[in-house]
Design a protein around this ligand. Structure first.
Ligand SMILES: C=CC1=C(C)c2cc3[nH]c(cc4nc(cc5[nH]c(cc1n2)c(C)c5CCC(=O)O)C(CCC(=O)O)=C4C)c(C)c3C=C
Ligand SMILES: [Fe+2]
Length: 402
């Protein structure tokens, strides 16, 4: 039963009476309006996990977890429970049995009762420690290892690493949090939270023109992503094509603090030179439209490069052949007590089929020369293998445990 209908169930008697009084027309009307949960559902089951190439939602709740059991059968068991629970939550349904006993805690924690599915997606990944703790190193993909340290990294343990991750995205923040909370609860005693991050984008309600979202520096962020509707682009850049990870992908998460106060004192021309794009349109400097091609060699009348060579776009783009799929969210976590400034920034999340061939070369160029480094600092880092999609009747990680 959908979470909305649980609440509406009390009204069914009254609706039934109405049907008696006014005939089938009323029944149809009732069914259509009560079935609101059929909108805003992103299917959980499929060849690929949702939350990667599916449209980004308004809110993210991200959790990195430590595995506290070394017993593979216990892990399989909770992965099976996670599968069923995630599928139910993404359909906007309450989990477990309806609360009947006053002597027991209810199966569902209840804060999403009455809320619709809100396009919830729950995406699961496993980190390098997962394979080590479960003695599964023969199955550990060679792509899945801790990142090298990059220039200017200021990583903190409290924002880094993890044996498992849950990325819950939804158009409602409470629905996203409810998903992670209930999944962690199900695996209690076998996992423990390492770090979490709540994050946001603009809401779709506020963005009536469905434009590319802007980051906290006010620039459109996501323009240069590969086209998620193109199967060939996703196969080229995102989905792993062989072995037990077929249909999975690798995720890099970086918690990047942005010095917004410093940025706010920076002239617009300097801001645009930093990104290599115009703030208003999002177009590459010297071009008119957001999606105009990035030509890093284009010069002005004086022979100077229009997109500065040390700009974020020039360095991230490179020769344009290596692409990653970014699906980042902004965060604002009160203040940085050391400096008294905002602790705000970007929970940078990227998906790629090869971390060594895609993310690392790009991030190396950025870390060494990016003008954006004057305004940002990387505080956290983690890598995960996002498991292949699950078929109905199957479970998360099934191909790994064959
Ligand atoms: C490889 C890692 C990357 C990190 C880390 C990163 C951090 C970061 N980026 C922005 C804002 C923007 N990034 C933009 C483009 C862009 N960024 C990366 C990679 C990383 N960014 C890539 C691969 C690209 C695309 C390059 C291309 O091929 O054109 C842009 C421009 C608009 C866009 O294309 O999205 C912005 C703006 C911030 C604020 C940030 C860390 C805080
Ligand atoms: Fe970027």
């Amino acid at each position: 039963m959908s979470r909305r209908n649980v609440l509406k169930a009390g009204g069914i008697g009254a609706a039934g009476l109405l049907i008696g009084a006014s005939g089938a027309g009323s029944l149809l009307t009732f069914t259509a309006s009560a079935d609101k949960s059929s909108t805003g559902i992103v299917p959980f089951y499929g060849s690929y996990q949702a939350g990667i190439t599916t449209d980004p939602q308004n809110h993210l709740y991200f959790a990195s977890l430590i595995l506290t059991t070394m017993d593979t059968s216990e892990v399989k068991q909770f992965l099976k429970e996670w599968t069923k629970t995630a599928a139910m939550m993404t359909e906007g349904k309450s989990i477990g049995k309806a609360a009947e006993s006053l002597l027991l805690p209810p199966d569902d924690t209840g804060e999403a009762s009455g809320l619709d599915a809100s396009n919830l997606t729950v995406t699961f990944g496993v980190g390098p420690g997962f394979f080590q703790k479960l003695n599964l190193t023969s199955k550990q993909p060679k792509e899945l290892k801790e990142l090298p340290s990059f220039s200017f990294d200021a990583l903190e343990e409290k924002w880094s690493g993890g044996d498992l991750c849950i990325q819950a995205c939804a158009d409602d923040p409470q629905v996203a949090f409810h998903a992670v909370r209930n999944l962690v609860r199900i695996a209690r005693g076998k996992v423990q939270l390492k770090w979490t991050q709540a994050a946001f984008q603009r809401t779709k309600q506020a963005d009536t023109k469905s434009e590319t979202p802007r980051n906290l520096f006010g620039f459109k962020d996501g323009t240069g992503n590969p086209d998620t509707s193109s199967h060939s682009a996703m196969n080229n850049h995102v989905w792993v094509q062989n072995g037990w990870m077929t249909g999975g992908t690798y995720m890099v998460v970086r918690r990047v603090q942005m010095f917004i106060e410093v940025w706010d004192r920076t002239a617009l021309g300097e801001q645009e030179a930093t990104f290599g794009r115009h703030r208003d349109t999002g177009a590459p400097i010297g071009s008119e439209n957001e999606f105009d091609p990035v030509d890093v060699n284009k010069k002005d009348v004086n022979g100077n490069k229009l997109i500065p060579a040390n700009s974020h776009t020039a360095l991230a783009h490179g020769d344009g052949k290596k692409k990653i799929l970014r699906r980042s969210y902004s965060y604002a976590d009160g203040l940085d007590t050391k400096t008294g400034s905002f602790d705000a920034g970007l929970l940078f999340i990227s998906f790629q089929k090869s971390i060594s061939d895609q993310f690392i070369p790009i991030q190396t160029r950025l870390a060494n020369n990016d003008k954006l480094n004057e305004y940002t600092i990387h505080r956290g880092s983690a890598v995960f293998a996002c498991l292949p999609g699950v078929k109905k009747g199957g479970y998360l990680g099934e191909t790994l445990f064959y």
